[in-house]
Design a protein around this ligand. Structure first.
Ligand SMILES: O=C(CO)[C@H](O)[C@H](O)COP(=O)(O)O
Length: 231
């Protein structure tokens, strides 16, 4: 079932209080937590990895509300980290199409480790590379900035890719990531995105609850208008 999913990117949090920041977003109504894992090779930045996910999983137990770690793997060798992310408590493993030689085998490996499998494309990669993978995937991520850093400007020309993918895969989760907030979510929702990653906008909002609710309502209204089933 396709519905709005709001996933604050913890890259925009205060890392000195990471557990509290994650719990705050979750308590304020986030559906998922988007965890940006960067290795300094695929992107020119280093962030965090499996030991921190393990600690966060312990700090925010599954019993309170189903905590979902949406792990965006901006790494040069995505095959390498599947077992460790699964062991750390990752729920979804998003690899970049550009960083693997065998996407189908990687999807299978991710699923064998009990996680949802997702594939991301950078702004310069066409949507067509995902056509033959869509049936095996749980989610597609269309990057709306160059991966590596938070706080960048949303790229509206990526919406043509979202639209094309939504038409082809009406029941698939389609995520957008980069520069999403009050001003840009309507375009993403119109194009058919249902999973919104929002880092800077959520973590700096004076009223994050209001922003999260606005983004969720905007997406669900667009999905209904498109005739895509929602709850
Ligand atoms: O994947 C990312 C960076 O590669 C981040 O998730 C993304 O940029 C979100 O940040 P913001 O909402 O601050 O733009």
């Amino acid at each position: 079932m396709v519905k709005a999913i709001i996933a604050p990117s913890i890259l925009a949090s205060d890392f000195s209080k990471l557990g509290c920041e994650c719990r705050r977003m979750y308590d304020l109504g986030a559906d998922w937590l988007h965890v940006d894992v960067m290795d300094g090779n695929f992107v020119p930045n280093i962030s965090l990895g499996p030991p921190i996910i393990t600690s966060l999983r312990k700090a925010i137990p599954r019993t309170e509300k189903k905590l979902f770690f949406d792990c965006h793997m901006m790494v040069a060798n995505p095959e390498q980290w599947v077992p460790e992310i699964a062991k750390a408590g990752g729920d979804q493993y998003t690899f970049h199409y550009e960083s693997t030689k065998d996407a189908k085998a990687l999807i299978q490996l991710i699923k064998e480790h009990g996680m949802r499998a997702a594939c991301a494309v950078k702004p310069g990669t066409p949507a067509s590379v995902l056509f033959e993978l869509g049936e095996q995937l749980d989610m597609i991520l269309v990057m709306t900035v160059e991966p590596g850093f938070g706080g960048q400007k949303f790229m509206p020309d990526m919406m043509a890719k979202v639209d094309e993918l939504r038409r082809r895969f009406p029941q698939l989760d389609i995520q957008v990531d980069g520069g999403l907030g009050r001003e840009t979510v309507p375009a993403a929702a119109d194009a058919g995105a249902n999973v919104i990653v929002a880092g800077t906008s959520c973590f700096t909002a004076p009223e994050p609850v209001e922003l999260i609710d606005y983004m969720r309502d905007t997406v669900n209204n667009s999905l209904k208008a498109k005739g895509v089933h929602t709850e």
